[in-house]
Unconditional design. Sequence first.
Length: 118
Amino acid sequence: MLELTPAERRALRSRAHHLHPVVMIGEAGLTPPVLHEIDVALRSHELIKVRVLGEDRERRGRLGEEICAALGAADIQSIGKMVVLFRPRPEESADAKKAAPRRPRRPRFRAKRTFQNR
C-alpha cells in the first residue's frame, strides 16, 4: 500500500473534488473483473473515484483497504459511498514514447464571422 504525507493527501483530495465515479462496485462485491477495471482506470487516470453500492458501512470500509492492498494504491478519502484512490502512473521508457504515434491536432474552431471578413 502506498503511503502519502498529509500535505500530498490534501492536494489529491482537492484534485478529486470535481471528479465523477469511474467504477461502481455492486452487490456482488469486489470481483476480479471489477478489480481489473479499477487497475485500468488507475493506470490511465492515476486518481479516481469509486462508488460502493450497499448499506453496510463496515463492508465499504473494508473494500477500500482490499483494493489498495491488491493494486498498490493509496486510499485518499472515503466519504459515504465514495472512495478516492490514487496510484502514480508508471514511468514510460524512451522507446515507448518514440513508438507511440501522435494524433494530428484538430484545427481550431473558427467562428462564422472570420470567414465573412475575407
